[in-house]
Design a protein around this ligand. Structure first.
Ligand code: FAD
Ligand code: NAG
Ligand code: NAG
Ligand code: NAG
Ligand code: NAG
Ligand code: NAG
Length: 533
């Protein structure tokens, strides 16, 4: 972008720009915004030309698409940012916030790009928006002396795990199982994975943070205060600012852990009924996930396949002893179990073949990419055998259904539901993840699949939490309510806010929001509204 430095001072030209027709304004907004960025940036850390991408640039599509993790939002019709900034210094983000306010642009922050509704890089709000991409800000500094690490938002979970394992074979961090997920969205929205029953969520193991607020100030935990720190550890950082880095507390794991992944296709309602009675009561060291999908037999009959995917923080002998007592219906044998290091178990849990080098965790290319839709639910009471039979029938009726049951209990039940914005603590047996993804392209296939997932969700109503029917923030789902940025935002926010946070946490989040971002600059379709809106 060749922009004359004196341009700002050519007053008559500015007047002309202001009165230019709307068709031309978006180009001029882009130019003025870019100029503002350059003026505001710290002269020691200029925003180089190679860090700004406008839609007319031939590299724009590849930069925009490089962190799209849901192909539902990678279409010619997907609304695009007017500019992408690949920030490499805090001052770039500070400049972006200040200039966006000046030019009334909606800001999008993208770390790993895994948002299930694409909120980090697109918007249906009809407001012009721009994107700050965080992938260049991904340093990870581990301090083994105090068992902590400073991790920048643009790092992926795979990079975090790899760097920890590089330093120690008895340390880990409780976070998600997908290595390409970004720290920025994941930690701020909760972050759960297979160490959850032992150590809680990512947010339960965060010590400090660096956040750029609406005034462009860089704050840490001490300077922001405990209310804002509370809000951005589970309430979603995006409503409050841009998170630059988190300081995490590492946790201890044994040198050898045990994993298994066994499939079952018969007696499933019996096994599932037992699972739902014991999964949240098993020893904290066991995380035993139950997945269901639909497969076709050689004769073309549709059947349900269950997968029991497990991480145990101990050896295989004691795991077999434990599960033969508490979960005999599973029929676990010692030969099903594999002992390995924790870092190898991270790969196993994502289905990488045993022996895959752990450097695969440093790859930012996802294992697969499809259009998809995710929903979530919480199970508070055991689903009966007949209930499971009904669920299996409905899964077979509708295409492409995948249901994952993630056990709660353990450490999760010991933490108060008010300790963090994430409220789903004791009293939950499991969280269900509904995943539907499809190979077919086109709007018809998309509508059909979206319809199936809604129908499945309706069928599940009797088995899950009610009043409100709760949901997990990191499994963003715009079906459960959106926010218009208008007068009723607070009331609209109560709809999805109560589901994600429950009443008391939602109210505290809106109080914090009102204090730190009264103009609601950091808005998105499901952000925390201010009290007055
Ligand atoms: C394949 C896959 C597997 C997943 N597995 C798990 C799992 O095991 N456990 C789990 O808990 N979740 C899981 N998730 C959900 C995931 O945690 C959330 O989608 C999370 O928000 C992704 O973070 P991100 O940085 O990759 O996403 P992004 O799309 O970059 O961001 C998500 C949201 O956070 C905001 N945001 C991003 N960076 C920042 C920042 N630096 N400051 C402020 N706001 C920011 C964005 O604007 C957006 O609203 C999975 C998602 C996918 C696609
Ligand atoms: C596209 O943008 C990049 C990064 O700003 C820049 O290096 C390149 O010269 C631009 N190319 C074109 C064709 O404008
Ligand atoms: C890690 O250390 C490097 C070098 O000292 C520094 O530039 C970077 O900002 C640090 N990262 C974090 C997240 O503290
Ligand atoms: C299914 O359950 C029945 C009765 O509980 C049992 O006899 C049978 O062995 C089980 N089948 C399998 C494959 O586990
Ligand atoms: C397995 O773990 C149990 C319980 O921690 C321990 O008592 C036992 O000695 C271990 N067995 C082996 C073979 O390491
Ligand atoms: C799904 O499609 C069917 C048939 O077209 C329709 O009757 C139903 O209302 C739709 N369901 C949902 C939840 O959209």
């Amino acid at each position: 972008m060749a922009i004359s430095n004196t341009f700002d001072f050519i007053f008559p030209l500015l007047i002309v720009l202001i009165f230019i027709q709307s068709s031309a304004t978006s180009a001029s907004i882009t130019d003025r915004f870019a100029r503002c960025l350059n003026n505001r940036a710290n002269p020691s850390f200029p925003i180089n030309e190679e860090q700004l991408y406008t839609p007319d640039n031939s590299s724009f599509p590849s930069i925009f698409q490089s962190y799209i993790r849901n192909l539902r939002f990678n279409k010619p019709t997907t609304p695009k940012p007017i500019i992408i900034i690949t920030a490499s210094h805090a001052s770039h983000i500070q400049a972006a916030v200040l200039c966006a306010k000046k030019h009334r642009l909606l800001m999008k922050t993208r770390s790993g790009g895994h948002d299930y509704e694409g909120l980090s890089y697109t918007s249906n709000s009809n407001r012009p928006f721009f994107l700050v991409d965080m992938f260049k800000l991904r340093s990870i500094n581990i301090s083994m002396e105090d068992e902590t690490a400073w991790v920048q938002s643009g790092a992926t979970l795979g990079e975090v795990y790899y760097r920890i394992a590089e330093k120690s074979n008895v340390h880990a961090f409780p976070a998600g199982v997908c290595p390409t997920v970004g720290v920025g969205g994941h930690f701020s929205g909760g972050g759960y994975g297979n160490l959850m029953r032992k150590y809680g969520l990512s947010i339960d193991n965060i010590d400090d943070v660096q956040l750029i607020n609406v005034k462009g100030k860089l704050l840490n935990r001490k300077s922001m205060g405990e209310d804002l720190f509370w809000a951005i550890t589970g309430g979603g950082g995006v409503s409050f600012g841009v998170i630059l880095a988190y300081k995490i507390k590492l946790v201890r794991v044994p040198t050898l852990v045990t994993v298994f992944n066994i499939e079952r296709t018969s007696n499933l309602s019996t096994i599932a009924y037992r699972w739902i009675q014991v999964a949240d009561k098993l020893h904290k060291d066991v995380f035993l996930r139950m997945n269901f999908d639909v497969v076709k037999t050689t004769s073309g009959e549709k059947i349900i396949r269950a997968e029991f995917l497990t991480l145990y923080l101990g050896n295989s002998t004691s795991l077999v002893t434990l599960l033969s007592k508490d979960f005999p219906e599973l029929g676990l044998k010692k030969s099903d179990c594999i002992e390995m290091s924790w870092i190898e178990s991270v790969l196993f849990y994502r289905n990488f073949p045993i022996g895959t080098p752990t450097t695969v965790l440093l790859s930012r290319t996802p294992q697969n990419l499809n259009p998809l839709k995710i929903k979530s639910d919480y199970v508070e009471a055991p689903i009966l055998k007949e209930g499971f039979e009904f669920i299996f029938e409905k899964m077979k009726e509708l295409e492409n259904q995948m249901l994952s049951f993630n056990p709660y209990g353990g450490r999760m039940s010991e933490i108060s539901e008010f300790s963090k914005p994430f409220p789903h603590r004791s009293g939950n047996i499991a969280k269900i993840q509904y995943e539907i993804n499809w190979e077919e392209r086109g709007v018809e296939a998309e509508n059909r699949n979206l319809n199936f997932t809604k129908m499945m969700y309706d069928y599940m109503t009797p088995f899950v939490s009610k009043n409100p029917r709760r949901a997990f923030l990191n499994y963003r789902d715009l079906d459960i309510g959106v926010n218009s940025h208008g007068k009723n935002a607070y009331v609209e926010g109560m709809v999805y806010g109560y589901k994600y946070f429950k009443e008391r946490n939602y109210k505290r989040l809106t109080a914090v929001k009102t204090l730190v971002d009264p103009e609601n600059f950091f808005w998105n379709e499901q952000s925390i509204p201010t009290l007055s809106s």
